[in-house]
Write a protein that binds this ligand. Structure first.
Ligand code: IPM
Ligand code: MG
Length: 360
């Protein structure tokens, strides 16, 4: 099992270090190799996704990724910005299926900004298409400006597009995920989120998802406009089971959903291609404002490592062990700053890692 470790920028290095310690505490043997990515790679090699880093990722069974980005790169031309590293990895590894579960742990019900009864027991799965949509439309890379900004320009535009095969494959992923969840007690529902009332791309999306849905008579399918979905997520989040949507809407809705769980610092994610090679990263960003302070929450990354064991490395038992260890440290009352509340014990990034290793 070969794992490429790409910590990236900001808190990325701190949180990935804890996830690597947790992996090391399992009785499994991995081959790991670490490389620079994002702003760190730009500083060292002049590019956010150097050839060597891309090769390492392509040759690995899985990539454990931290986060990229820092305001200090905002003035760079777009192609050299740290974010291009993650977009480039997604595209070149074909990681089209992004799983972003939003689970509210019992002990964190009160850390959510919503009323506890709205989020208690919440367990929903957002499936975001990750390699199409407006993120990868034309005229990407054919910009007039070279410094990433448009002084004096009269307009700028991006184009939104999806092809039938792109929608079909993500729809299948969603229906299959709903089926799997149904087997363990979920409702068996897919909610496809679109903006078919305004955008051609998403009328097409809706039509194709409906067609695919006919092959899954055991799974309920409903369609929801994205604005309504944003509202329903904070009004009655438990009405959802599996949500499937495009790249852009999925980006926004998954950030929103993360807050239902108490902290974005708790949310893991998996991005898979058709051969189950995957990139695993916390749903949150590089948080440069708290980098180096030892206060970041490593649990999203640790839980991402569990997803990696499950989806790409076929080690379900170890994945469950990590998840149980995380439950245990939460039950012990240990909290990083983002999930701290009165009566709990505040710990640092490293102490949280220590606790998970000990719980294992
Ligand atoms: C995410 C992030 C990325 C995205 C950025 C860093 C390019 O927000 O993974 O959700 O927009 O996809
Ligand atoms: Mg995002």
């Amino acid at each position: 099992m070969k794992i490429a470790i790409l910590p990236g920028d900001g808190i990325g290095t701190e949180i990935v270090a804890q996830a690597v310690r947790v992996l090391g505490a399992l009785d499994l043997r991995f081959e790991t190799e670490t490389a620079l990515v994002g702003g760190a790679a730009y500083d060292a090699h002049g590019h956010p996704l150097p050839e060597a880093t891309l090769k390492l990722a392509q040759g690995a069974d899985a990539v454990l990724f931290g986060a990229v980005g820092d305001w200090k790169y905002d003035k760079l031309e777009r192609a050299l910005r740290p974010e291009q590293a993650i977009l480039g990895l997604r595209k070149s590894l074909g990681l089209f299926a992004n799983f972003r579960p939003a689970i509210c742990y019992e002990q964190l019900t009160h850390a959510s900004s919503l009323k506890p009864e709205l989020v208690a027991g919440l367990d929903i799965l957002i499936i975001r298409e990750l390699t199409g949509d407006i993120y990868f439309g034309q005229p990407r890379g054919r910009r007039i400006a070279t410094d990433g900004h448009f002084p004096g320009a009269e307009e700028a535009f991006d184009t939104m597009r999806y092809s039938r095969p792109e929608i079909e494959r993500i729809a299948h992923v969603a229906f299959q995920a709903a089926r799997k969840r149904k087997a363990s007690g979920s409702e068996g529902r897919v909610t496809s989120v679109d903006k078919a009332n305004v955008l051609e791309t998403f009328q097409f999306w809706k039509d194709v998802v409906s067609e695919v849905g006919l092959q899954y008579p055991d799974i309920a399918l409903d369609h929801m406009y994205v604005d309504n979905a944003a509202m329903q997520l904070v009004k009655a989040p438990k009405r959802f089971d599996v949500v499937v949507t495009g790249n852009m809407f999925g980006d926004i809705l998954s950030d929103e959903a993360s807050m239902l769980t108490g902290s974005i610092g708790m949310l893991p994610s998996a991005s898979l291609n058709s051969s189950n090679q995957g990139l695993y990263e916390p749903s949150h960003g590089s948080a440069p404002d708290i980098a180096g302070k030892g206060i970041a929450n490593p649990l999203a990354t640790i839980l991402s490592a569990a997803m990696m064991l499950r989806f790409s490395l076929n080690q379900e038992a170890s994945a469950l062990r990590i998840e149980a260890a995380v439950q245990k440290v939460l039950a012990q009352g240990l909290r990083t700053a983002d999930i701290y509340s009165e009566g709990t014990t505040r710990v640092s990034t490293r102490e949280m890692g220590d606790a998970v290793v000990k719980a294992l």
